[in-house]
Design a protein around this ligand. Structure first.
Ligand code: S3P
Length: 163
């Protein structure tokens, strides 16, 4: 099974995906990392040199190229922008629901996302929250600590998903 972790930048997708993959003995895949390897550029450079639309194409290409099972895939925050991505995400789509206040604190110590140079977190969330809901098979709160969130996810998988 593939598990796609979606949510806002700073919602904790990478951390949760890594821990979840470890707990399940699944592979961990960072979709942005795949895009960077394919384009031979960092995400920031792709935005600067090619622009957001081209980045979104590369993001969809990366989804199409995923040829793997038993993996937890951490997706970029904007994966929900293109409706067609939903069909390409053939697995469990898990939305990490994290309060903007918590995200702001986490992002203070993190790298500057290219999109947040020209828009606010609130604006991004306003534009996207319905899309996250639409893509999600399950919504899991991630305001607290990693262990707690992973525990909730494992419990959900055990009871709700036939693996
Ligand atoms: C983006 C989020 C980033 C990265 C790119 C675009 C977005 O990933 O894919 O900068 O549109 O929200 P993270 O969600 O891991 O920060």
């Amino acid at each position: 099974m593939k598990i796609f972790i979606i949510g806002m930048p700073g919602s904790g997708k990478t951390t949760i995906a890594k821990h979840l993959a470890k707990s399940l003995d699944y592979k961990y895949i960072d979709l942005d990392g795949l895009i960077e390897k394919e384009a031979l550029m960092f995400i920031e450079e792709i935005f600067e040199k090619l622009g957001e639309d081209q980045f979104r194409e590369l993001e969809t290409d990366a989804l199409k190229s995923l040829n793997i099972e038993d993996a937890v895939i951490s997706c970029g925050g904007g994966i929900v922008i293109k409706k067609e991505n939903k069909e390409l995400m053939d697995g469990l789509k898990l939305y990490l629901d994290t309060d903007l206040e918590v995200i702001k604190e986490r992002l203070e110590n993190d790298y500057q996302r290219p999109l947040l140079k020209k828009t606010t977190l609130e604006q991004l969330f306003d534009d996207r929250f319905l899309k996250y809901q639409d893509f999600a098979d399950v919504i899991i709160n991630n305001n607290y600590d990693v262990e707690q969130t992973v525990k909730v996810i494992l419990n959900y998988l055990k009871h709700e998903v036939n693996q």
